[in-house]
Design a binder for this molecule. Structure first.
Ligand SMILES: [Zn+2]
Length: 542
């Protein structure tokens, strides 16, 4: 059967659909793309830094969404109604879902109707509006803290760790769940609050009794699990459910998994690097080393073309690329990397498969990178860490909020400075990629010419060894702190940074404490330098 995933075939698909250019389609973004915290590889921007990039800061609500074809690309518009002035803002995004195709970028601000909050926009009413700082252009309205008063003593979970959307069942035991589910549901942390009842009632429940509920774990972030009973009572688990990795989408949603496939007719996805990478040996070597390690540990069939490409990260050009962004097509400020995926669906009877037809990984050229292994100097972004994170997205992994995992979304936060495994994929995310490889290589859907990805069975040694243990050192205390921090390592050099990595205070070498009464409340990073392995501690000022 003909393989439809060759570039020429993709072009054919676009020709077939070219009549649809300018047509608009109202739609909701798939839920896994609309979770605010599941996007982007972020250098967190302060409100002041956002203001500098912004032409309009509005408080309002998304009242409509549309997707449409634009120059053979899929784009979307969010219509935002401002609360503070009588005005509508049409905000254009790259990517969206249109009929049986979708193009999604991990760094974009995909929101559905009803999203309320603050929006940072660039542009004007005459030229049109865009998000000013990628996914950080939206700050959801602060939710009420409703956790007080939940009785946590009676609700227990059958496991501490589960894969989000990894086909794992969770049993919740306790009392008072109600004899039948009715309009009750179980809900999980999304990263910006809990799933609402509309979403959560669609989860896969296999058992509901007054004392026990069994449910398939959806894509989620680590936190306590909540049971909302038919009469509206909320019960919450005593312990948190830790999410070790997230596969994209929900199998029980209309979108299902986005499968990887035999993309190039040779069992694999072939990636091309652009000249900005190919022409600099340390960059090319870092791509090869990271990709080799990723392939070696997971069996994913991602291969690298031997010559560079002049194509960039636009979806729909028929090439999978790993590239630096360019001045005429830049990433959003504050975003270190994106992973863009073009998928399309194939329908047979009542079964729909979604397949990744093109994957473009792009890195922001405005950062100073460390291309080697080991500890980066302060202010440098770790190239291998960012690339392996994007390769995780390419394998359809979402973010987790467990520090130390490859799919943790922030590159300046605690793990990236202090993380032994940042030269290689973390153990949990390796399991996630391996499951995605299994799904990709075993599905049996003999329609539309889709054939399976063939895992690479290669005899390889991991390029980088994983350090399994961290040395125990006395940490600065107290944490949270108020007026001072005790510094427990004598003779060492400390620097206090804000959450963006900017140094706010250097500490002389002989000091054993740091006065902090002038600092604003919030998160800080305290870096210990001048020793063999610099470390960074995350501390909170109350
Ligand atoms: Zn990410």
């Amino acid at each position: 059967m003909t393989l439809l995933f060759r570039p020429s075939s993709l072009a054919f698909v676009f020709c077939m659909l070219s009549f649809a250019i300018h047509a608009q389609m109202h739609h909701a973004f798939p839920p896994h793309y609309t979770l605010h915290a599941l996007h982007a590889d972020i250098l967190p921007l302060s409100p002041l830094e956002k203001q500098v990039l912004t032409d309009a800061i509005i408080e309002g609500e998304v009242v409509a969404t549309q997707s449409f074809w634009k120059n053979n690309r899929i784009a979307s518009t969010l219509t935002i109604e401002s609360y503070t002035e009588p005005s509508m803002y049409d905000v254009e995004l790259i990517g969206g879902a249109f009929e049986d195709m979708g193009a999604f970028c991990t760094g974009e601000m995909y929101l559905n109707v009803g999203a309320k909050g603050t929006f940072y926009l660039s542009g004007s009413h005459s030229e049109g509006w865009k998000p000013a700082c990628g996914v950080q252009s939206y700050e959801p309205l602060k939710r009420d803290a409703l956790t007080m008063g939940f009785n946590r003593s009676t609700v227990e979970l059958s496991t501490d760790w589960a894969a989000g959307n990894g086909m794992e069942m969770l049993t919740i035991t306790g009392t008072g769940f109600g004899a039948t589910q009715g309009s009750g549901y179980v809900t999980f942390e999304t990263g910006s609050g809990y799933y609402n009842g509309d979403a959560a009632t669609n989860f896969n429940y296999t058992d509901w009794s007054n004392t026990s509920i069994t449910i398939e774990v959806p894509q989620a972030q680590s936190n306590r699990v909540r049971v909302i009973t038919n009469d509206g009572t909320t019960l919450e688990s005593a312990d948190s459910l830790h999410i070790r990795y997230n596969l994209d989408s929900e199998p029980f949603s209309p979108y299902g998994y986005t499968h990887l496939c035999n993309n190039n007719g040779d069992g694999s996805y072939l990636f091309h690097v652009n000249e900005a990478i190919f022409n600099q040996p340390e960059r090319l070597e870092a791509v090869e080393r990271t990709l080799d390690d990723f392939v070696c540990k997971t069996g994913v069939n991602f291969q690298l073309n031997e010559t560079p490409t002049s194509l960039g990260w636009d979806l729909g050009d028929g090439q999978n690329t790993i590239s630096f962004d360019t001045p005429d097509n830049p990433l959003s400020p504050g975003t270190v990397g994106y992973c863009n995926t073009l998928w399309w669906s194939c329908i047979l009877g009542d079964v729909t498969f979604h397949v990744a037809g093109e994957i473009d990984v792009v890195l922001n050229s405005n950062f100073d990178y460390n291309y080697g292994t080991g500890y980066p100097t302060i202010g440098n972004a770790k190239f291998a860490y960012v690339l392996m994170h994007e390769l995780g997205h390419a394998m359809r992994l979402g973010h987790v909020n467990e520090w130390g995992e490859s799919m943790y979304p922030s590159v300046t936060d605690w793990p990236s400075q202090n993380w032994f495994e940042r030269d290689t994929i973390s153990t949990n995310d390796r399991l996630g990629v391996s499951q995605a490889v299994d799904i990709a290589s075993t599905f049996t859907f003999n329609a539309c010419g889709i054939s399976v990805m063939e895992p690479l069975d290669i005899d390889c040694e991991p390029v980088v060894e994983v350090a399994e243990t961290e040395t125990e050192e006395p940490a600065p205390y107290p944490n949270p702190f108020e007026d001072f921090i005790n510094l427990p390592v004598a003779g060492a050099q400390w620097a206090l940074m804000d959450i963006t990595g900017k140094v706010v205070q250097h500490v002389p070498a002989n000091r054993t404490f740091l006065a902090t009464d002038g600092l604003r409340a919030g998160c800080y990073l305290l870096r210990l330098e001048g020793i063999t392995e610099p470390r960074t501690y995350r501390l909170i000022k109350q």
